[in-house]
Design a protein around this ligand. Structure first.
Ligand code: ATP
Length: 452
């Protein structure tokens, strides 16, 4: 079942809240804030706080469950960020992984030439004034680093600009050691680095980010079927994590957009407040990567068909999800400002329970009740991420939980001791129900795990 279709957590199309509000809520509530903030931040780098890391971990766990655990034909790995530099020669990144860059002589700002319109106006956030621009020159986006302590042993290397190359370089080892047969896939989640010329739109385009990628190796005769299969699977995943159906779409690439080696590509786009943008790509990469690594390493990566004895290089269908971009889509999709009767505004993050950073808040009405509340809290923590809060007015405590998207609040009151019941308040409807303590776990389980 799709989480978004759960009746109490519906994802009706609502107007999106402006980005600046989302960005300040994320900082104020500890989802995401500028890296090294006390030094003024560093452009293109972000830190995930206590709530952000839970959101991101939930997303990665759902991806891993769907893409690796549930599939006998996909295995997961975790490889190093720094690879042998030849990897990036073979992949084409050393020669081709660049964006055209222009400098403005007047304002000294640097832009991507492909993000300026013909009149020389900057179409990005930086403004729309006329610019006196230099000629475009190519700027390689890989971040370089040095390995080794002594001067003569020092070697240049790159922080990987994508996680997938080690899925190709490890192809033979992983296939043989895990006894997989074609068709099968290798998956990983990890950090990637790109020296983006103009990082922008919060975590949408940053210089350090995470990808969740899977390379599926198949026989050339099956490539089209597998491409269509993975296209549909990946679109469904984004529905299943609760993204609003009306704000996600598949966008096939035009032939002039395709990488030179690609046969077909389709993006999963989300409609952000700043427009429709890619959050994931599904690509038919053909045999390009395995052939290139065979050429550069001298190691044979082709296969022999057991039945026909035909030798062939497997074709590759890639699914490449940006973890941070998908987190941003989840945040944009969830944030709602609701006008209540009487005119007050309630800020609510309407996350599907499976992605919500905190699942339950335990709120004793008074500090005098903290002993029994702590016991309930400790029980619930065995299973879920729980937040405990005993200070301040209960209405304000509910609002704080609404703002961070906690689906349920459990209130312990003076009757709890006698009737062994607590009040459970649901985030979206604000309905409250008395629930017996001995049935609380089952009550929450039924609601929190629905659709997972
Ligand atoms: P774009 O055209 O937006 O730069 P891309 O087509 O280069 O993206 P891919 O190389 O296909 O992106 O990477 C796969 C996924 O990784 C993207 O769909 C995106 O979600 C994520 N991604 C790529 N670059 C960044 C970045 N600078 N910051 C955050 N996520 C990124």
């Amino acid at each position: 079942m799709v989480a978004g279709s759960d009746s109490s957590f519906s994802s009706a199309t609502r107007p999106l809240v402006a980005m600046d509000k989302l960005v300040s809520l994320c900082a104020a509530r500890g989802f995401i804030f500028a890296s090294s903030e006390i030094y003024g931040g560093i452009n293109g780098f972000w830190d995930y706080g206590p709530l952000g890391v839970e959101l991101k971990n939930n997303l990665k766990a759902l991806w891993w469950q769907r893409m690796v655990r549930e599939r006998p034909d996909v295995v997961g790995i975790d490889t190093s960020i720094v690879a042998h530099p030849r990897t990036w020669e073979a992949s084409g990144h050393v020669d081709n992984f660049s964006d055209p860059m222009v400098d403005c002589r007047a304002c000294k700002k640097r832009f991507r030439a492909d993000q300026l319109d013909d009149a020389g106006k900057c179409s990005s956030r930086e403004g729309s004034s006329e610019h006196d621009l230099t000629e475009a020159k190519n700027f390689n986006l890989m971040l370089e680093t040095q390995i080794g302590a002594s001067a003569d042993a020092t070697q240049s290397a790159y922080l990987r600009p994508e996680t997938c190359q080690s899925l190709f370089t490890g192809f033979k080892r992983v296939r043989e050691s895990s006894r997989q047969k074609i068709p099968f896939g290798i998956a990983q989640v990890g950090k990637a680095f790109r020296n983006e010329i103009t990082p922008r739109n919060f975590i949408f385009r940053s210089r350090e980010f995470e990808q969740a990628e899977m390379e599926f190796f198949c026989h050339p005769s099956e490539r089209d079927e597998w491409f269509e299969y993975w296209r549909a699977q990946r679109l469904q995943f984004h529905r299943d994590i609760g993204l609003n159906e009306g704000r996600i779409r598949n966008r096939p690439h035009e032939s002039d957009e395709l990488a030179h080696y690609a046969n077909a590509a389709v993006d999963v786009d989300y409609e952000f407040p700043f427009g429709w943008q890619e959050i994931e790509g599904v690509h038919d990469r053909g045999d390009w990567d395995l052939s290139q690594h065979t050429k550069f390493s001298g190691k044979e990566l082709a296969m022999t068909d057991e039945a026909t004895k035909e030798k062939y290089t497997p074709m590759v269908i890639e699914t490449s999800m940006g973890v941070d971009r998908t987190c941003l889509a989840l945040l944009c999709d969830a944030l709602d400002e609701e006008t209540l009767e009487g005119g007050d505004t309630r800020t609510v993050m309407r996350f599907a329970p499976k992605v919500a950073p905190v699942k339950v808040a335990v709120l004793p009405l008074s500090k005098k009740l903290s002993e029994s509340a702590h016991k309930i809290d400790a029980e619930l923590r065995k299973r879920w991420n729980v937040f405990y809060d005993e200070s301040g007015n209960i209405g304000r405590r509910y609002r704080r939980q609404d703002e961070v998207g906690t689906p349920y609040c459990v209130t312990v009151d003076f009757e709890t001791e006698d009737d062994k019941k607590v009040t459970v308040r649901e985030r979206d409807t604000m309905d409250q129900e008395r629930v017996p303590l001995d049935g609380l776990d089952a009550y929450l389980h039924e609601r929190l795990e629905a659709g997972s």
